[in-house]
Design a protein around this ligand. Structure first.
Ligand code: ATP
Length: 239
């Protein structure tokens, strides 16, 4: 753990009306890390990500990104500073082409030559997107849409990339492909938070991991250590 702290979350609480979905979460991410957040359905993982990106208001605790509180700031402002999330369900623009979706990902950028170069870079990382550059995003498979959502996020030059359940609902081959891309992007230096129900794959890739249950972090440690932990194996790996 040598990198500087990019994201620090302390005592985070988030509620929906009277329901406290996140009950006091501590969490940090350092430069260059891949941190996995695992836990069953409804544990509060997505809610935590939404509070970090300021798409939901917290009702307690502190979040700082690049050493500055996110309190009172807009999601847009954080995107400009490189805090970029690929939401659960991908959120591609169905009636736009692949290329148009990628351009949307560069909406905080002005340098046209840089944007064109970035699109070419995405086409190298995701050859499938290149073949289909003029196809409407809504007509692509789930796995292709996930690739597009990741590429669109990368167009914004994230400093911290948050991936919310990228493997959800995909075929085994596509799941392999998506985890391969996550590993590649991380190997190239990207700092990543990976929220996943596929605990074994997510922990195998992670430098560190957190386990979330009913709105609390209940375990944390190195990815490999968590992967070998009998409690994790019993609860999340069906053993
Ligand atoms: P999943 O993998 O199913 O998305 P999760 O760990 O991401 O699970 P959250 O989506 O953060 O969990 O949900 C945490 C809790 O908050 C759940 O009990 C859920 O029902 C509740 N919740 C989520 N969104 C809302 C909402 N918009 N209104 C009310 N309750 C919500």
């Amino acid at each position: 753990r040598t990198g500087e702290v990019l994201l620090q979350v302390k005592g985070l609480k988030v509620s929906y009306g009277g329901i406290q979905a996140v009950k006091g979460v501590d969490f940090e991410v350092r430069q260059g890390e891949l941190v996995s957040l695992i836990g069953s359905n409804g544990a509060g993982k997505t809610t935590t990500m939404k509070a970090i990106t300021r798409t939901l208001n917290a009702n307690g605790g502190e979040i700082s990104y690049l050493g500055r509180s996110v309190q009172g700031r807009g999601a847009w402002d954080l995107v400009k500073e490189g805090l970029i999330m690929v939401p659960e369900g991908r959120g591609v623009f169905a009636r736009m082409t692949i290329t148009e979706n990628l351009l949307m990902g560069a909406y905080t950028k002005n340098d046209k030559a840089q944007i064109a170069a970035d699109i070419e870079r995405m086409f190298v990382l995701f050859p499938r997107l290149k073949e289909r550059r003029d196809q409407l995003a809504g007509t692509m498979s789930g796995g292709e849409q996930q690739m597009l959502a990741m590429a669109r996020a990368l167009m914004g030059h994230p400093k911290l990339l948050l991936l919310d359940e990228p493997s959800m609902g995909l075929s085994p081959i596509m799941v392999d492909k998506i985890f391969e891309v996550v590993a590649d992007v991380h190997a190239q230096g990207m700092t990543i938070v990976l929220v996943e129900q596929n605990a074994s794959r997510a922990l195998a890739l992670a430098n560190r991991g957190y386990v979330m249950e009913s709105g609390n972090i209940t375990m944390e440690g190195e990815g490999k250590t968590l992967l070998d932990d009998p409690r994790v194996r019993a609860a999340y790996l069906g053993e």
